[in-house]
Design a protein around this ligand. Structure first.
Ligand code: PMP
Length: 389
């Protein structure tokens, strides 16, 4: 019997979508999960993705198994996108890269690999706060979880001093998980000068940087600018680990296209790492799905969508300040970047937003900007204003 099994908690983010689906109110909004929506709130697929799909059908591509580490055309392009064509380790062929089940799968491959081979503490430092699934992914990979200071609630900005102090005070050779850009859930990133200092201090302390890049192209709208931290660390000589997701920047959520990579010191080391990545992956899921990787390898990201979002942030702030005369400072809505905005709403205000206004979001007050449209932005502003007065 399974009677001894306690009821598990619903997922903090995906559980919201379930609740949203059950709600029958005509004005309901789902701002929980970060996914593109059109002006009618319906899922939106990028034109470039539609075109890639047509090509795939026209070319009558087969459905054979991919190699364990995935589609080479995709992994090469993924590495190029992240590290850039001028990257030395890329040019020298020293980056071990594998396709993954999107960003989550990349983190998990990294977690299992590091748990097996990282020679120091099996403990990983996350920013406070961080994406809701980081803890579970690394706990299930055998890691102990620790935190570093990141978000300053008093300014709704970065706690840079606290961040640096925590890097300094962590035991040497600690693993630091860093959001490469468009930090989730806060939308607050270090400046490039701050990244330079962070890189230097992490180097001095011998820490290992594990970058999670789930939003390349979303923070600034510029693929290269969003890769600043990753590329700076690499050019400073860090041999980083990197998780990449194509869920958001290409809107490929359900296709599960991602990549995990690790910089090695020499060809012999790279061959050994590649072989061990295969041994990590083979018993987990054998080999990755082919379709999303094919689509991603055809597509380039669409700068138009980024513009749409920036516009949506401006509209939300405008309605709050101008139409509803909210007395609260809402600058962070337009200062923060990426797919999410950390509104600063308290849990009881979030609850009212959901209960009274049918607006669904995570308890920490995070809203997905991609879920707002020109037809509901004013309704949202009014609702936020009402619960935060
Ligand atoms: N890391 C962060 C910070 C994220 O926000 C996400 C997506 N919400 C992921 C990783 C992974 O997402 P996916 O597995 O859909 O690529």
């Amino acid at each position: 019997s399974w009677a001894h099994i306690p009821q598990g908690q619903p997922d903090a983010i995906l559980g919201i979508t379930d609740a949203y689906k059950k709600d029958t109110h005509p004005k309901k909004m789902n701002l929980g999960v970060g996914a593109y929506r059109d002006d009618n709130g319906k899922p939106y697929v990028l034109n470039a993705v539609r075109k890639a799909e047509q090509k795939i059908i026209q070319n009558k591509l087969d459905k054979e198994y991919l190699p364990i580490t995935g589609l080479p055309a995709f992994t090469q392009e993924a590495a190029l996108l992240a590290y850039g064509k001028d990257s030395e380790p890329l040019q020298e062929g020293l980056i071990a890269v594998t396709q993954s089940i999107s960003g989550t799968g990349a983190l998990r491959i990294g977690g299992v690999f590091l748990n097996r081979f990282y020679p120091y503490q099996k403990k990983i430092y996350f920013p406070t706060p961080t994406w809701g699934n980081h803890g579970a992914v690394f706990k299930d990979s055998g890691f102990e979880i620790a935190q570093y200071r990141y978000f300053d609630k008093t300014t709704n900005g970065l706690d840079f001093e606290g961040f640096m102090e925590d890097i300094r005070n962590a035991p040497k050779n600690s693993i630091f998980l860093l959001h490469a850009c468009a930090h989730n859930p806060t939308g607050v990133d270090p400046t490039s000068q701050q990244w330079d200092q962070i890189s230097k201090l992490i180097k001095e302390r011998g820490h290992f940087p594990f970058f999670d890049m789930a939003y390349q192209g979303f923070a600034s709208g510029d693929i290269d600018r969003d890769a600043y931290a990753v590329r700076k660390f690499v050019s400073d000589g860090h041999r980083i680990a990197l998780s990449q997701s194509f869920a958001k920047n290409m809107g490929l959520y359900g296709e599960r296209a991602g990549a995990f990579s690790l910089i090695t010191e020499n060809p012999k080391e790279k061959a050994a790492v590649d072989s061990q990545l295969r041994l990590v992956i083979r018993p987990m899921y054998s080999n990755p799905p082919v379709n999303g990787a094919r689509i991603a390898s055809y597509v380039l990201s669409d700068p138009e969508l980024y513009k749409e979002w920036q516009l949506m942030r401006k509209k939300l702030k405008h309605h709050l300040v101008e139409d509803f005369e909210s007395k609260l400072p809402w600058n962070h809505i337009t200062d923060q970047i990426g797919m999410f905005c950390y509104t600063g709403l308290k849990p009881e205000q979030v609850e009212r937003l959901t209960h009274d206004y049918h607006v669904y979001l995570t308890k920490d007050g995070r809203i997905s900007i991609a879920g707002i449209s020109s037809s509901n932005v004013k309704y949202l502003a009014e609702a936020i204003h009402e619960v935060s007065k």
